[in-house]
Design a protein around this ligand. Sequence first.
Ligand code: GDP
Ligand code: MG
Length: 203
Amino acid sequence: MEKGHPSKERTFVAIKPDGIQRTLIGEIIKRYERMGLKMVAIKIMVATEDHIEKHYTLDPAWRTVTGEKTIASYKKKGLTPPSEDPLEITAKILANLKTYMTSGPILAMVWQGAHAVEVVRKVTGGTEPLTSDVGSIRGDFVLDSYSMSDTDNRAVRNLIHASGSVDEAEMEINHWFKPEELIEYRLVQEQIIYDVNIDGILE
Ligand code: GDP
Ligand code: MG
């Protein structure tokens, strides 16, 4: 398949420390693999706090956007946000994320295939497990919520990180992997998924 073909889209996925402790590695990988996506990089590692902070702030707007989004979600539920300052909110979220994400090993991966970013987000489910769709990984395997994690002053435990856009994926892949750690190879099933002419099957 030529460079730039839709089948070359890549996304960054990480099984967070709680996903590994829940022994869900196989279950999670299976969900992406059976859709037809191809794993092109994988490694198990313990991240540093600095690596996690950089990961979440690769997009310079993340602090503001996440803070504003969180304030809005408190107000929508009729609750008073802990602060009206988005950056103050995000500072707390980030501190909790650093504790959570460095608490044990993480499984970092890159998955490739048509609409990789969107289909991985769909199968993974919405960020807050309480409202993630049933049938999604988070909907099926976690019961955490923002209200409970806020009460206990910790990050929400949602098993997985998955890039939110193609641009974010590119930045995150570069942040977690060296170019030589990404393997370019062909999967036999790609002939059925992508080839224009399905031929060479019948004998
Ligand atoms: P993701 O791309 O689905 O992981 O979601 P975001 O990039 O918007 O948020 C990243 C992380 O910030 C999430 O995994 C949560 O830990 C935290 N977060 C985002 N929004 C909220 C919120 O409204 N409340 C709280 N407590 N944490 C949040
Ligand atoms: Mg995100």
